[in-house]
Design a protein around this ligand. Structure first.
Ligand code: 3PG
Length: 396
């Protein structure tokens, strides 16, 4: 039976055809929404989504689901705890749309400085106002604070340096090859910035990060860009900062963003002339969508041909398996079972295990991550098996 791939969001045709050539059953339904997915994904083995919400009902009612791919970076639209309970892999396509998001962030900065959207609206309304729109300060020599210096933040940094801005970053541990200065405390960084741009994922830790306190650190009249996730900003605190400190804001995301591609919207942000909102289009360039689609195909190909999951996001980060046992052995039936039974008899849990074979198929090497150490006596018992070549045991 063919592996069934359900694509529940818009996906470039070229890449759908590539999937079909891979002997997969491809079900392309770009108009599906959160409510349709539980029924639509019931028989799927692989589910591909962009921002369509994959809720716990979809995961619980699926019969065969094995892999969910987020054709994009953020995975906050997927109910990962439910996927963990059913052993369903979740993968994403990090970095593939970073340049597109960075380009939008820079575009929004320039738009705020020059008030480009207001210029255009006035022109369309038959108003000429060169005097009013000639008051921009310019970005050259201004200080930019990048909050979250991952794939996207790094691309923003390169472009902002080319504009002649002083670029400071929060979280320099994730940046290579870009000369920017790290400020570990927001209270140090924000008061220096003329422009702040947010490039963080939506997590428990980042929810509401930009609250009253953070806006308190920001300079009056500074610019704030958010092309990441709405949840990172406390909307009430933002509205207050816009009104009281003249913080000017441009965001590609907002609280209450519709899941559908077209919808009516109602938000208190519509009332604020110093707030520009775009339609969550950061990743929506043809270049970025093609790169994301190509990566999605690669993930599906790797998974269906070798079982390897690229960009597997719900793999446990094992923090408490402090011992590693490596057994080299002849690749024969029963050898591993004999090692395992020695470990089982002492009630030691194996957290992770990998068995790989040397070229020629004579010798194999099994690596195990353990929570508790094995004893010298157990190692001796392992050596007693004539098919075991070596045993090494180290604390990691
Ligand atoms: C992402 O997380 O990759 C972006 O937010 C893009 O989302 P989209 O694919 O729904 O436009």
């Amino acid at each position: 039976m063919k592996v069934k791939v359900l694509i529940a969001d818009k996906f470039p045709e070229l890449y759908i055809n590539q999937l079909k050539e891979m002997e997969l059953e491809v079900d392309y339904q770009p108009k599906l929404g959160e409510k349709d997915l539980p029924e639509a994904a019931k028989e799927a083995d692989i589910l591909v989504v962009r921002s369509t919400i994959v809720n716990s009902e979809t995961i619980k009612s699926s019969k065969k689901l094995n892999l969910i791919i987020r054709a994009g970076a953020g995975v906050n639209n997927i109910e990962i705890p439910s996927a963990n309970q059913k052993g369903i892999y979740v993968a994403n396509c990090p970095g593939m749309n970073s340049i597109a998001v960075a380009e939008l962030a820079i575009g929004l900065m320039i738009s705020l400085d020059r008030r480009i959207p207001d210029n255009v609206i006035d022109f369309r309304n038959g108003k000429w106002n060169k005097g009013e729109y000639s008051k921009a300060e310019g970005l050259f020599g201004k200080t930019l604070g990048i909050i979250g210096v991952g794939n996207i933040g790094k691309e923003v940094a390169k472009r902002a340096l080319a504009l002649g801005m002083n670029v400071y970053g929060k979280d320099i541990s994730r940046i290579e090859g870009v000369m920017i200065k790290d400020f570990s405390e927001m209270s140090q960084l924000l008061p220096l910035c003329d422009v702040v741009t947010i490039h963080l994922p939506a997590t428990k830790e980042t929810k509401g990060l930009f609250n009253k306190e953070m806006f308190g650190y920001m300079k009056p009249n500074s610019l704030l860009i958010n092309t990441a996730r709405a949840d990172i900003i406390d909307q009430d605190a933002l509205i207050e900062a816009v009104k009281t400190k003249n913080i000017r804001v441009a965001m590609d995301v907002f609280k209450g963003e519709p899941e559908e591609k077209t919808a009516e919207i109602k938000s208190p942000l519509q009332e604020l002339k110093n707030v520009y909102i775009t339609h969550h289009i950061g990743a929506s360039t043809e270049q970025a969508q093609n790169a994301v689609a190509a990566e999605t195909i690669r993930i599906i190909k790797d998974f269906t041909t070798s079982g390897v999951i690229a960009h597997w996001v719900n793999r446990a980060k094992i923090a408490d398996a402090h011992y590693q046992l490596v057994v080299k052995h002849f690749d024969k039936p029963g050898v591993l079972a004999s090692i395992m039974s020695i470990i089982r008899d002492k009630n030691i849990n194996i957290e992770e295990i990998e068995n790989v074979i040397f070229d020629g198929g004579v010798v194999a090497c099994c690596t195990m991550k353990l929570k508790t150490p094995v004893t010298t006596d157990m190692i001796k018992q392992m050596h007693d098996n004539p098919n075991v070549l070596s045993v090494s045991h180290v604390a990691v």
